[in-house]
Design a protein around this ligand. Structure first.
Ligand code: ADP
Ligand code: MG
Length: 140
């Protein structure tokens, strides 16, 4: 387990960047944390670290967004709006989880039931004892 504390969006982006830079095919990164905590900022850094040049935002109308222009494909999920895991079946999630790229899933706790055992959890938290831009990032 690794804990990293950041004090700006740029620092969180950099943590994501470094992880994306070393990510390998088949890895699944599960992100957890409240709305506005920095999951998308982290993801944007992660994508850049993978070599993705396209603009990465949270997929609003689709559950998953694919980016093919990096070192390996990135499958970016935001499952916030999912009400039943059967919606994951509908998009054929196994093709992504066990595919040629790397998965990064925002709000992954919602689909915990279908996650493989061997995933990396990234949890981002704020703290009431710290300043507004403080974030605690736990990677395990
Ligand atoms: P989420 O995807 O978790 O809902 P976003 O990444 O969209 O959250 O938004 C995070 C917001 O918090 C951004 O407006 C960002 O500028 C701000 N922010 C402030 N401090 C930090 C920090 N240390 N790390 C990440 N984001 C931060
Ligand atoms: Mg987001």
């Amino acid at each position: 387990m690794k804990i990293i504390e950041t004090h700006s969006p740029e620092e969180t982006y950099k943590v994501g960047y470094d992880l994306g830079n070393s990510a390998e095919k088949g890895q699944i990164f599960c992100m957890s944390g409240d709305l506005g905590v920095g999951k998308t900022v982290f993801t944007q850094g992660f994508a850049a670290g993978l070599g993705v040049e396209d603009n990465v935002n949270s997929p609003t109308f689709t559950i998953v967004q694919e980016y093919e222009d990096g070192r390996i494909p990135l499958y970016h999920f935001d499952v916030y709006r999912i009400s039943d895991v059967s919606e994951m079946d509908e998009i054929g999630y196994e093709e992504y989880f066990y595919g040629e790229g790397v998965c990064l899933i925002e709000w992954a706790e919602i689909i915990e039931d279908i996650l493989p055992e061997d995933v990396t959890w990234i949890t981002i938290e704020k703290s009431m004892d710290e300043d507004f831009d403080y974030r605690k990032i736990t990677i395990e």
